[in-house]
Design a protein around this ligand. Sequence first.
Ligand code: ATP
Ligand code: MG
Ligand code: MG
Ligand code: MG
Length: 562
Amino acid sequence: MRFSRAFIPTKKESPADAEIPSHKLLVRAGFIRKVASGLYDILPLGARVIRKIEQVIRQEMERAGAQEVILPIMHPAELWQESGRWDVYGKEMIKFKDRHERDYALGPTAEEMITDLVRKEVKSYKELPLNLYQIGRKFRDEIRPRFGLMRSREFIMKDAYSFHASDEDAEREYWNMFETYSRIFKRLGLEFKAVEADTGEIGGSFSHEFMVIADTGESKLVYCPECGYAASTEKAQQVRPEVPPNREGEFEAVEEVHTPGIRRIEEVSRFLSVPQKRILKLLVYVIDGRPVVLALRGDREVEEAKLKKAFNAKEVRLATDKEIEEFTGQPKGYLSPVGLPLPVYADYSVIPMVNFVAGAGRADYHLKNVNWGRDFSVAEFVDVTEVRGGEPCPKCGAPLVEKRGIEVGHIFKLGTKYSEAMGATFVDEQGNEKPMVMGCYGIGVTRVMAAAVEQGHDENGIIWPVEIAPFEVIVIPVNVKKEEIVEAAERVYSELMEAGFDVLLDDRNARPGFKFKDADLIGIPYQVIVGKKASEGVVELKIRRSGERLELPVDGVVGKLR
Ligand code: ATP
Ligand code: MG
Ligand code: MG
Ligand code: MG
């Protein structure tokens, strides 16, 4: 491809709504353009990357024995009604009517569609197992589409579904897919971790998420460097010991909660002096194994600094708006919680509910030494604890490491949830009719593209892994008016193409600095710079990732890159 003919609209400025590097860089380097919230055009460079990611996925899925299908993205409501998900899937599913007033949805996932196909065609154990996959558009009307392709409303997913005659066979396929996913993400050049995960909305008995490690990731995970245990923080929490009941006799009995997931909020206004009347409630939660006091309207910096001092604590963190929403069910802005990560109280039973600080976010408006049992009689822990770094591994006890990650893949063993609901049965060897045992396996293709940039970039732009780079090599003649330079560049360009490389020739009549900037921004792994020394038959090879440069004879480029 010649740059002068290519549609690569690079930009100096990042879009105003872009918060993370991948979003900024994919727009600036001309890979994507926003159409509307959560909707993106994928431009030629982006399409090249997507096709390469898909290629790796196809190769590995086929190698694992899966077969590709293409199903409609328009899903009849009846199928979703049969599984029971039409009413429960929620607002993420886009629903609409056709001209005959029949209900449809744009598929956010395709368990119902595939189960319908298989139940109609497969009748005997002899036709099982089956693993069918597709690579196509999915629609989810996300509440907060953000981070560009990372969380968009329309995206490309590889989704696979397997059908089995027995639970053991479904389990075998689950681990086959586990290994396939590991191979895929390795080939894609990503640093990732497979973590034990919650089964959530899709249901089923067990599941793993594949997380690309990145500070900007929306998910949290913990792993054990000693024994290899790895889990999403929510999942890790489920294997913790139960919160012990309130110590009976010591305090009043505790009522059951009204808010699902949150136990009790204790009114403490009665012991506040007048200027502190602004504090209406003291909410005592256990977050990350530590007592956390939520108070009305704290000022983040003031609170943090004061609490640090008051508790002589290394670190004091205020909960974020999102946490407040999750923990309290209150709209953000209503409460400003004060988190006290007191370092030593990992064991719930020994958390001393004594000497709390309750704060109003104004100097001298704090209550020190607030005590459970003396100043207020009832408080109950709310277990919203996440397992964090430093806590003991549930398998071997070594300290866990905590990281943020981007969920790029998710595999589930579904069991018979869908086959039972939709009557996907087969006749086994003994002539008995049984529901098929299912698994499902997803990869966010467009999200993988963003995740690769999140992991591969520097201040000058993107650094693509070679396997998915839009072009593997860019040939840059520094001056297109010099015949010997043009000649050498054209030669390298055509030799590389003949050798099977994806090559871009920057034949634009522009200053070299301008071209170098674009090459770095786009992130092509190898740059062949054809300059003055072309007359001596010498060119320069620059490696984007390391910045390393070396001189090569014109006819040595192909051999070097091969
Ligand atoms: P998330 O937790 O990020 O909302 P999910 O758990 O809802 O994702 P799954 O139902 O497991 O997603 O779908 C399989 C894969 O599809 C995910 O692992 C992710 O890579 C991708 N994916 C899901 N939602 C989006 C989205 N809005 N934009 C881009 N990719 C997505
Ligand atoms: Mg989701
Ligand atoms: Mg998820
Ligand atoms: Mg998921």
